[in-house]
Design a binder for this molecule. Structure first.
Ligand SMILES: Nc1ncnc2c1ncn2[C@@H]1O[C@H](COP(=O)(O)OP(=O)(O)OP(=O)(O)O)[C@@H](O)[C@H]1O
Ligand SMILES: [Mg+2]
Length: 327
């Protein structure tokens, strides 16, 4: 296999054919699949606006951030575009434990011909920067501010990266690409859902060329995604069931927006619920296990009412269950 640093995009793909978007655009892609290329998820459904934004990142070296509520498919969207282009992709979770040294690199003791020597081991940023790699900063708004400054320079196109301890200046590889996902737009945890989200420096937000927004989708699209994920619900009966589930999810989102609920169902939760329906063959039980038990006690009656409205069936409380009943 060719070394990753020697790989180049060597063919053009039609965006229409690969992503089903009505456009004449062509996007560069690789013939060879390096180990860093994500697996193709054959049933992934692309959202045209977000896909085009991500494609602009790959085609025109734009810095693209995908922002939106949790579980809407932001991280997987970038990965699935990369998977279709055979573009090596590295996803880095910027949790509070990632340090400057993890990103930049550090001196480490290694064995060379039986002797211990100190050698600089480059971190994920310089490694990616010198290769045709799409680096994804996942949970960008969870990164610690001091850490984020490390990446300020590479946010600029052609932005060189200085390895200070090494006295080296790195030029980005022409096919290095940079993406990020975030739940907030850098203003902190305004709605109370994203504990740990940092306020971001706006000189940094400013350097992202494109900010795509991926929030909850129209019901039909969400139903199609859930059915694609859980094939046993792919028939007409399944569609009706999933439609009711998505309707419950929608009520929780409206309830959250109105301040009645402190939590809401993401598309990820709906998928999990559908998977649990497959296991338990019982939508009410699966609902309790996938969502209701994550809610505050005081809010459960309201959630039960949402269920009742969409399923025309009572949702028993857990304590009623433990006393022997099964529905
Ligand atoms: N369009 C889609 N087609 C198929 N599956 C999808 C789609 N969108 C989301 N999913 C599925 O939903 C789940 C959540 O997606 P993902 O982890 O990408 O969300 P996210 O937006 O990055 O969430 P978070 O903000 O919590 O990081 C995944 O299992 C993914 O496969
Ligand atoms: Mg994510």
């Amino acid at each position: 296999m060719t070394d990753i640093a020697d790989l180049r995009p060597d063919r053009m793909l039609s965006v229409r054919e690969v992503f089903g978007i009505d456009t004449e655009l062509q996007v560069p892609a690789f013939s060879e699949r390096d180990d860093h290329v994500p697996e193709v998820d054959a049933v992934y459904r692309f959202n045209p606006d977000v896909t085009l934004a991500i494609l602009a990142g790959f085609m025109r070296d734009r810095r693209v951030m995908v922002q939106g509520l949790h579980g809407t498919g932001k991280s997987t969207h970038i990965e699935q575009v990369a998977a279709r282009l055979n573009w090596p992709c590295v996803r880095l979770n910027l949790d509070g434990h990632i340090s400057r040294l993890d990103l930049v690199g550090k001196d480490a003791v290694v064995l060379r011909e039986g002797k211990q020597v100190t050698e600089f081991q480059e971190g994920i940023v310089p490694w990616s920067l010198q290769r045709p790699v799409a680096l994804v900063f996942d949970e960008y708004d969870a990164g610690r501010p001091d850490v984020m400054f490390v990446i300020q320079r590479i946010l600029e196109q052609g932005g060189k990266f200085t390895l200070m301890d090494q006295n080296r200046v790195l030029r980005p590889h022409p096919f290095f690409r940079l993406f990020a996902t975030a739940n907030t737009v850098g203003l902190g945890n305004l709605n109370g859902l994203y504990h740990g989200a940092q306020r971001l420096n706006h000189a940094q937000i400013d350097r992202w060329n494109i900010v795509a927004s991926l929030n909850y989708l129209p019901a039909d699209e969400e139903i199609a995604i859930v059915q694609a994920r859980v094939p046993s619900l792919a028939d007409e009966a399944g569609r009706q069931l999933v439609a009711s589930m998505v309707a419950v999810a929608d009520l929780t989102r409206k309830g959250f927006a109105a301040g009645d609920l402190s939590t809401l169902m993401s598309p990820r939760t709906v998928i999990t619920w559908a998977e649990n329906v497959e296991i338990f063959k019982n939508p009410a039980l699966a609902f309790r296990l996938s969502f209701v038990n994550k809610c505050d006690d005081a809010e459960r009656p309201l959630v039960a009412e949402y269920f009742q409205r969409c399923f025309d069936q009572e949702l028993k409380e857990s304590h009623q269950l433990s006393s022997g009943s099964h529905e």
